[in-house]
Design a protein around this ligand. Structure first.
Ligand SMILES: NC(=O)C[C@H](N)C(=O)O
Length: 332
């Protein structure tokens, strides 16, 4: 018989490990209650596709995910993937910040072996819970040769997405994870992954980031744009020591005059400013809605604000030169 791939499941909590009072409880349940061994035992089919081991790394709802959790997780993933006896990793995760953790790992994992993030939109106790099939698909994907060298992947709702581009698009439906416009990578169907696209941006072994010796990440915060915007939030975050600010601007990253004044002042104090957009799709054009050359700002390209925040934190561990950081935003 062919030897099965060895896949470690790192469990972090979320709704995939959640439970509710009744089978029709799809909101108002409790996330992060079920341990990894029970998650694995609930899907005996896993044993057919991989030699599976479980490890409980955290037990949290993903709204509580932090920089510290990311550093711990990335270090654990790198340690495991350096081992001969680990062929791939699945990370069970809450869906609220799953896209952020996926992108953080996409930039910091130093291996071509598959890393697949998975979650669920319904707790395990619900009718038509999506966790078990999502977990099965994720393990199947992590055990496959097809997933090698494709960066960190997200497996949800029978689909395969790239960490950089996937986003949560719906508060509660099982088809919430999408890659609008840039496109998902493929499907999982009939016990097989099918790929149609490859991630074009550099990831994993091809990035310049190394978190192996880091104990903390620089403080980077997000400021939201809206009509009648109040600059108080921006000024407070800068006052609280932010090293970088992501401006989630309206439209193509446009800046209201009241906020622009604060951003210019912050930049003069050495704070890195990235113009992103709250729109969720499209390129934020450099020197478009603002003269980035003159202001010494960075444009986020297509990264949404929460992912721009991750790239800026990692960029600041290497340099504070805006030209270098802009290059990174066009590379990753
Ligand atoms: N569907 C979910 O997993 C939502 C939950 N709040 C979490 O992110 O942990």
């Amino acid at each position: 018989a062919e030897k099965l791939a060895r896949v470690t499941i790192l469990a972090t909590g979320g709704t995939i490990a959640g439970s509710g009072a009744t089978s029709t409880t799809t909101v108002g349940y409790t996330a992060a209650t079920v341990g990894v061994e029970r998650l694995i035992a609930a899907v005996p089919e896993l044993a057919k596709v991989a030699d599976v081991k479980g490890e409980q790394v955290f037990q949290i709802a993903s709204e509580n995910m932090s920089n510290d959790h990311w550093l711990k997780l990335a270090k654990r993933v790198n340690t495991l993937l350096a081992q001969q006896d680990v062929d791939g990793i699945v990370i069970t995760h809450g869906t609220d910040t799953l896209e952020e953790t996926a992108y953080f790992l996409d930039l910091t994992v130093k291996s071509k072996k598959p890393v697949v993030l998975v979650g669920a939109m319904r707790p395990g106790t619900a009718l038509s819970a999506d966790g078990p099939i999502n977990l099965y698909n994720a393990v199947l994907l992590a055990a496959s040769q097809e997933a090698v060298g494709k960066g960190v992947l997200v497996a949800m709702n029978d689909q395969i997405h790239a960490a950089r581009d996937v986003t949560k698009t719906n508060t509660s439906t099982p088809d919430s994870f999408k890659t609008p416009e840039l496109g998902m990578l493929g499907y999982i169907q009939g016990n097989k992954p099918y790929f149609y696209h490859l991630p074009a941006r550099k990831n994993t072994v091809d990035t310049e980031f190394d978190i192996s010796k880091l104990e903390a990440l620089p403080q980077v915060d997000i400021v939201y744009g809206y009509a009648n915007v109040n600059p108080v939030a921006l000024n407070a975050l800068v006052g609280a020591g932010a090293k970088g600010i992501i401006h989630a601007g309206v439209g193509d990253g446009s800046l209201a005059s009241s906020v622009k004044t604060g951003l210019v002042a912050a930049r003069k104090q050495g704070v890195l400013i990235v113009r992103s957009s709250r729109v969720g799709q499209g390129i934020v054009a450099r020197n478009g809605e603002a003269n980035d050359d003159e202001l010494d700002f960075v444009a986020s390209d297509t990264l949404n604000p929460q992912k721009a925040r991750i790239l800026l934190m990692l960029a600041l561990t290497k340099t504070s030169d805006t030209k270098q950081i802009q290059r990174m935003f066009y590379t990753y």
